[in-house]
Ligand binder design. Structure first.
Ligand code: DX5
Ligand code: ZN
Length: 219
């Protein structure tokens, strides 16, 4: 089993103090920084693109985990690579040519992930798993931070784990939305090994400490 990785979601950071927020992440034991790119079409919200990814790249050496909630995401792969992305995750629901998209991300030298919305069946991933570095299970409907975790996620993780084991694969299994200390152990036990956490980390009194506590769950 992979060790657990915490990926604070920068969406919940205070952008007037981005430098300070990134300093916090740098000092913490979080290995990844989760960056939510939203286009106002695939999801009802707009966030940021290559320019902000580049700014964040300039502030950290951590792995940049870019979650694209974007229609036709392939338009931006090259720009995001240039901006410093390490992992690009696209949505199953936004990718009619998913196999090609994943291959393109890998050809550009990044890791390729697939995200699925709460309404999508994880069995739809069966034929794509072997070329996927990361599966992202959305545990809220994408578009906003601070939403309530959907409990069905645990069952989805267990079904996904079986699919993965059947094919002897070992991708990252990431959960995103409403993740906090209270549900982290249960998610880890259900098979998740990357936990994205936005509001819970950034709104906690001591984010570095909070990340430590999340990491101590698998020891
Ligand atoms: C939601 C985003 C999440 C979000 C998580 O569409 O994909 O990454 O930032 O935020 P919290 O942890 O606050 O639910
Ligand atoms: Zn996300």
């Amino acid at each position: 089993m992979k060790k657990i990785i915490i990926a604070p979601s920068i969406l919940a950071a205070d952008f007037t103090k981005l430098h300070r927020e990134m300093d916090m992440i740098n000092k913490s034991r979080a290995k990844w920084v989760h960056i939510d790119v939203m286009d106002g079409a695939f999801v009802p919200n707009i966030t940021f693109g290559a320019k902000v990814i580049k700014t964040i790249r300039g502030l950290t050496d951590k792995i940049l985990d870019v979650h694209m909630m974007v229609e036709k995401p392939e338009r931006f792969f090259e720009d995001f690579k240039k901006a410093g992305a390490d992992i690009i995750t696209v949505h199953l629901e936004a990718s009619p040519n998913l196999h090609r998209s994943l291959q393109r991300i890998k050809d550009l030298g990044m890791k390729a992930g697939v995200a699925i919305n709460p309404h999508s069946n994880v069995l739809l991933l069966e034929d794509i798993l072997e070329i996927t570095d990361l599966i992202l299970i959305m545990s809220v409907n994408p578009g906003f931070g601070g939403q309530t975790f959907i409990d069905r996620t645990y069952d989805k993780l267990k079904i996904l784990k079986k699919l993965i084991d059947n094919q002897n694969l070992n991708p990252f299994i990431e959960v995103d939305g409403g993740v906090k200390l209270e549900n982290a152990v249960k998610l880890y036990n259900a098979g998740a090994n990357v936990l994205v956490s936005g509001s819970a980390v950034f709104k906690s009194e001591n984010p570095i400490d909070y990340i430590d506590k999340m990491l101590n769950l698998d020891t």
